[in-house]
Design a protein. Structure first.
Length: 330
């Protein structure tokens, strides 16, 4: 664990010591316990993966991570429920994902290393195409008229990037990358303060500028652009422009589908939103299709009694069809 993190735990332990006022309180043991909790506790999240808190579930803590999990941990209030995503054979290891899987391999590794201190060696991590993976979030080259993307052809795991265009071979330093990203900072700060003050109109107009600036820097189907569009979808809905929300949501679907497994709950949640937006403003047939896809996933990940699944059936009925799932299940 990095020193910074241990120091934070030492400060927390000191506070607990002051609060408890017990002469036998052992500071080292308390720090040790905080370290163990941080590796073994689970973030309790809602259906949108928004964090609600942290819980320590000793039995579930024995489950290891995979970026291609065969099970998922979902929460019903404080109750943690483990569900299989795929048939799990006798003797197969049950594996869940500890992190957001809609990320590049490098970012998934950084997340796992920072929080859980291991390098993942699952099938997805071992079998990825290094250049393809980096292009998911690579900067545009912009050397002359080149429309290639900058990738780190050298040390994949080194912090000191040497960026080279995958098309024209032009080299840029990581300093150039930092400078390019820095341009976005004032816009992001402004958008953040609009959001803090629930000024959705202000946030929307700033995020439109952020989208344009991000598109100027990254590939249109990059993760950076997708994250901006995810926020824009929400802001369009908050400000009542459902057509614009649908257009943004449509652009997100291929990126989600490329990075997530067929039964991922995040994909199920995305299909649910897409289905509803299509149903209101787009193609009704598409709307029904996306709602069915969402139900097929969320029934597996969250169970048939989950309120969102019940709501999905209701939406499907409204769209005039109580059809069969794409999986062929009734
Ligand atoms: C919640 S615990 C999982 C159970 C743990 N393996 C055990 O035996 O108690 C999380 C820790 O397990 C280890 N771990 C989990 N998944 C792993 C994986 N795919 N590869 C290597 N280590 C992993 C890491 O040390 C991580 O910090």
């Amino acid at each position: 664990m990095e020193t910074e993190k241990v120091v934070a735990f030492e400060m927390k332990a000191e506070i607990v010591k002051q609060m408890l006022q017990q002469p036998r309180f052992n500071l080292d043991e308390a720090v040790n316990t905080f370290c163990k909790i941080s590796c073994n506790a689970h973030a309790i999240v809602d259906i949108d993966m928004e964090p609600l808190g942290t819980g320590l579930y000793p039995v579930l803590s024995i489950i290891n991570h995979s970026c291609l999990p065969n099970a998922v941990l979902v929460f019903e209030g404080k109750l943690a429920v483990l569900r299989a995503l795929l048939p799990v054979g006798k003797g197969d290891e049950v594996l869940i994902s500890y992190i957001d899987l809609c990320q590049t391999t490098r970012d998934r590794w950084d997340d796992l290393n920072a929080k859980y201190h291991f390098i993942c060696s699952c099938r997805r991590c071992c079998k990825f195409d290094k250049i393809d993976d980096q292009i998911l979030d690579a900067l545009r080259c912009k050397h002359g008229k080149c429309d290639g993307f900058l990738v780190d052809k050298q040390g994949f795991y080194s912090r000191d990037l040497k960026l080279e265009c995958s098309k024209c071979g032009h080299v840029r330093t990581s300093e150039a990358e930092k400078r390019a990203k820095k341009k976005l900072e004032p816009l992001l700060d402004r958008a953040g303060s609009y959001l803090d003050n629930l000024n959705y109109e202000g946030a929307l107009s700033t995020y439109k500028k952020i989208e344009a600036a991000t598109l100027d820097l990254f590939h249109p189907s990059s993760l950076s652009v997708m994250l901006v569009r995810k926020l824009l979808t929400k802001l369009h809905m908050e400000t009542g422009d459902i057509q614009a929300a649908l257009e943004c949501c449509r652009l997100i679907t291929p990126v989600r589908e490329r990075l997530l497994q067929r039964n991922d709950p995040v994909l199920g949640r995305h299909y649910y939103l897409r289905g509803k937006l299509e149903g209101v403003k787009g193609d009704k047939e598409d709307g029904r299709d996306y709602l069915i896809r969402a139900r097929d996933i969320l029934e597996i990940t969250h169970g048939t009694n989950f309120p969102l699944v019940t709501e999905l059936l209701h939406c499907e009925r409204i769209l005039g069809h109580l059809g069969q799932g794409t999986s062929g299940r009734p």
